[in-house]
Design a protein around this ligand. Structure first.
Ligand code: ADP
Ligand code: MG
Length: 351
């Protein structure tokens, strides 16, 4: 996850050297958060203010992680999971917002993105050391407790209720994106002229670097972590990637990725990686996870139908050759010759 999309650090490290009074400079910090390395860079004229902004933005992400992580025993999410089968539970504004956005993404992806995958995540050995596959009886039982349509929310009292007892929410597919958006909001609140927040390759960038150039990010090759597929520039948008290559386990040579098709209960197999650009990181995060399940054939028409959303979907064709599917607005300058040298084939590039 650390290197999924490597930020080209060198690009701005050099700029740090020159430090004279009122010039705009880049200030940056990295901290471990949300199971990954989170790096933030801001453009400011004032070092003290810049570091205060960075501190506050990291604190905000840590606060949201403590609220929404299933790995924290005392998180608000785990409290909700324990109680909401019995009665409606009123939740914090942030948690409610993430749940509402998740339901919206469930609707537009026809259930491919679904935060009620909690029982499935607990059944498959993602969170366990022993990697054994579940029986089909266990899978059927668990599937009966999965489905966003059984999630009852009321905006009147910000309450959440599980219509089927034993349901559980897992926000792993969207909370990181939401936290990135909130970090950006904090940085803007501190008056930072430009910033880039990079949570293990999930990115939001706004403004431009002190030299006026846009932020540059590299797209990692999904089958070779040392290789970059391409470099692209971005401003005032989020770019989030989901892939089958960062977190998975193998049984008898079969790859089981941590993204589950909520309809079958099995790992998504359609797609190697999905990179989504959108105006918010939360939206991009949820869509990327959902499109991993949908695959390119159903996912690309969805992307083209959503205003302000662009995507790069990578699938594995015959003989494991990679195929790139690029939406019309995805700002990727692809060099077909160098991609071919990497064994990658372009598909549906209508430009
Ligand atoms: P990453 O965690 O690498 O950023 P994703 O954003 O794709 O990757 O999130 C994967 C996580 O989303 C899983 O670990 C799990 O918590 C959750 N999840 C798995 N399948 C689904 C699904 N179909 N819909 C919503 N969330 C899912
Ligand atoms: Mg996601």
């Amino acid at each position: 996850m650390f290197h999924r999309i490597g930020i080209i650090l060198g690009v701005f490290l050099g700029l740090l050297a020159a430090s004279c009074g009122r010039n705009y400079e880049i200030f940056q910090t990295t901290r471990p958060l949300m199971g990954t390395a989170v790096g933030m860079a801001v453009v400011s004229q004032d070092a003290r203010r810049a570091y205060a902004a960075l501190d506050a933005a990291f604190d905000e992400m840590a606060r949201l992680e403590a609220m929404m992580s299933v790995f924290r025993k005392d998180s608000e999410l785990n409290r909700l999971n324990e109680e909401a089968s019995r009665h409606p539970v009123t939740v914090s504004e942030e948690l409610f917002q993430v749940i509402e956005l998740s339901l919206h993404i469930s609707q537009i992806t026809h259930g491919a993105f679904d935060i009620t995958v909690g029982p499935l995540m607990n059944l498959w050995p993602f969170y366990k050391n022993e990697k054994t596959l579940p029986s089909s009886e266990a899978l059927q039982e668990v599937l009966s407790r999965v489905g966003y349509r059984h999630l009852v929310v009321s905006s009147k009292d910000r309450s959440v209720f599980f219509a089927i007892s034993g349901m559980a929410l897992d926000l792993g597919g969207i909370a990181k994106g939401f936290a990135i958006d909130r970090a950006v909001r904090v940085l803007k609140g501190y008056g930072m002229a430009a910033a880039l927040v990079n949570a293990g390759g999930d990115i939001f960038a706004y403004g431009s670097k002190p030299d006026g150039q846009p932020w540059r990010v590299g797209l990692q090759h999904p089958r070779d972590s040392k290789q970059l597929l391409a470099v692209l520039t971005m401003s005032d948008m989020a770019m989030v990637t989901s892939g089958d290559y960062e977190r998975y386990f193998l049984v008898d040579g079969e790859r089981y990725s941590h993204i589950i098709d909520p309809r079958s209960g099995f790992s998504a197999r359609e797609t190697a990686s999905v990179t989504v650009m959108a105006e918010s990181a939360a939206y991009a995060d949820g869509l990327a996870t959902g499109i991993m399940v949908l695959g390119a054939e159903a996912g690309m028409p969805l992307v083209e139908s959503l205003p302000g959303v662009h995507a790069l979907i990578i699938t594995e064709g015959s003989k494991k050759a990679l195929e790139l599917h690029v939406s019309k607005g995805f700002p990727l300058l692809l060099d077909e010759a160098s991609l071919a040298a990497q064994g990658v084939q372009l598909k549906a590039l209508e430009r």
